[in-house]
Design a protein around this ligand. Structure first.
Ligand code: GDP
Length: 184
């Protein structure tokens, strides 16, 4: 998701750690894919891969190109990718930058959009935002495996659901893909 969407805070909640992912204000962290091992580091059963945050208004063109090359290529052509989590601030819902990111994600890759900072909206408005995003995803990726969750790193709501979604991806493995036959 875009910078400031709450990605680091969410990863820290998911992993029950305070400082695993460094909340960062600087574009420095946009340069790398950050891998978090699930299970023992030397026998990881899966990795959470934090792609660079995007959308720094002030980022130089070069940095933006780096994002496309790194995160865009990763999302669009990584055969090991079991699913994608897109984090979006619930008050903004999906932005053009998010739509651009979604365009990189193949239809066969599972998606969960996590609407972060849900504590910032009254319950009714949060439910409406959830419905709006569900509707938009059905337009953008008709028939694909799309999920939308409300999430708050502040009060930890949604963290059990997000954990369950990711654990399920790990348990069932990679989605069936046309690539399977060519890569076999
Ligand atoms: P990142 O740039 O996407 O990694 O975003 P961060 O995790 O660094 O969060 C950006 C800002 O939003 C920080 O000031 C966080 O404290 C705040 N924030 C993140 N998650 C939540 C949340 O669930 N609720 C509220 N109220 N603030 C949050």
């Amino acid at each position: 998701g875009r910078s400031n969407a709450g990605k680091s805070s969410a990863i820290n909640v998911l992993c029950n750690r305070r400082r695993l992912a460094f909340a960062s204000r600087t574009p420095g962290r946009t340069q790398a894919l950050n891998y978090f091992a699930v299970g023992p580091v030397d026998r990881a059963i899966a990795y959470l891969v934090d792609t660079p945050g995007y959308g720094y208004a002030s980022a130089p063109l070069e940095t933006k190109r780096t994002w496309d090359q790194l995160a865009g290529e990763y999302l669009s052509s990584r055969p090991q990718l079991a699913g994608t989590v897109l984090m979006a601030d619930i008050r903004r819902k999906l932005t053009d930058l998010d739509r651009r990111l979604l365009a990189w994600v193949p239809d066969g890759v599972r998606l969960v959009v996590t609407l972060t900072k849900s504590d910032k909206l009254p319950r009714q408005q949060a439910r409406q935002a959830l419905r709006d995003v569900i509707d938009e995803l059905e337009q953008l990726r008709p028939g694909a495996d799309n999920k939308v969750l409300l999430f708050s790193a502040l009060n930890r709501s949604g963290s059990d659901e997000l954990t369950a979604v990711v654990e399920n991806w790990i348990a069932v493995g990679l989605p069936a893909s046309p690539k399977d036959s060519t890569n076999a």
